[in-house]
Design a protein around this ligand. Sequence first.
Ligand code: DNO
Length: 344
Amino acid sequence: MKMTFRWYGIDDKIKLEYIRQIPNMYGVVTAIYDVPVGNVWPEEKIANLKNICNENGLTMEVIESVPVHEDIKLGSGKRDEYIDNYCQNIRNLAKYGVKCICYNFMPVFDWTRTQLDKIAVDGSTSLVYYADQLKNMDPRTGDLNLPGWDASYKKEELISLLDKYKEIDEEKMFENLIYFLKRIIPVCEECGVNMAIHPDDPPWSIFNLPRIITCEKNIDRMLKEVDSPCNGLTFCVGSLGASKNNDIVRLVDKYSKMGRIHFMHIRNVKLVENGFEETAHAQSYGSMDIVNIVKTLYKNNFDGYIRPDHGRMIWGETGKPGYGLFDRALGAVYINGIIDSLKY
Ligand code: DNO
């Protein structure tokens, strides 16, 4: 297992020097953020980013994410042109040593929470999702701005995009995903890159949008319809684990045995009646069986990438919700402790 840490590029206030000092850190997972979604990333930008990482003693073998243009998800407009661009990005990234690309197929919005600063009893704050709070959120006002969301849409664009999805049900979404995979996976096979789809977070429909990477049945179908080892998963424990229907340890066992997990996002969530709360990574803080997840990966000789996921805000840190340094570093150390206890 190769331990990594998400880094948002040179504008990230968390410096690579700090990330390097977290014990056993193999590399960062990062991306280019200033190229519009759907376009080809200029090679010099990729080369530059890789050099900065390597100069700081860290690898750049995982990209999170190469975002998928909405036309591809909708199966309309300039989808073929955007898929060609996507293929070019895969080729270019492979040239600079990238081995794994994390992406998602969530319509319009990436991961969604209803509150970013819920205060816990110990005074730390974290992200939560409460169904009753979601009811009061209306993306059509254009005023919502959540981490993970593409903030570049103007209100009218957002409304027209949301309207386009009225025509798209889950089945159509699925067909569009398969169409995309059938085009990109041969390129991945050619250049040795693994695609790792991130599950929908939370794993159910929100704002009446179709969401498909939510459960075992759908993941099975996705893996089977494009049955290549390059077509795999970012197994995000906190995303899939937000639904009681997903038996996480069993799924980690199944998909890692199949060799279809390329990247693990490990974090804990506490399931509450009304939704879920993000917690410290340590087992007893949430509902996830973190220890057995790591044990299962170890038993199955998982040799892909792994990273601590969202952290709480602790020790007075402020910053990108879920992506501070301190609690994620504690998460990495906790996971490493479990691994070492199995190794030695
Ligand atoms: C949230 C992240 C996601 C993930 C994308 C992958 O913290 O795990 O935003 O990067 O869904 O495309």
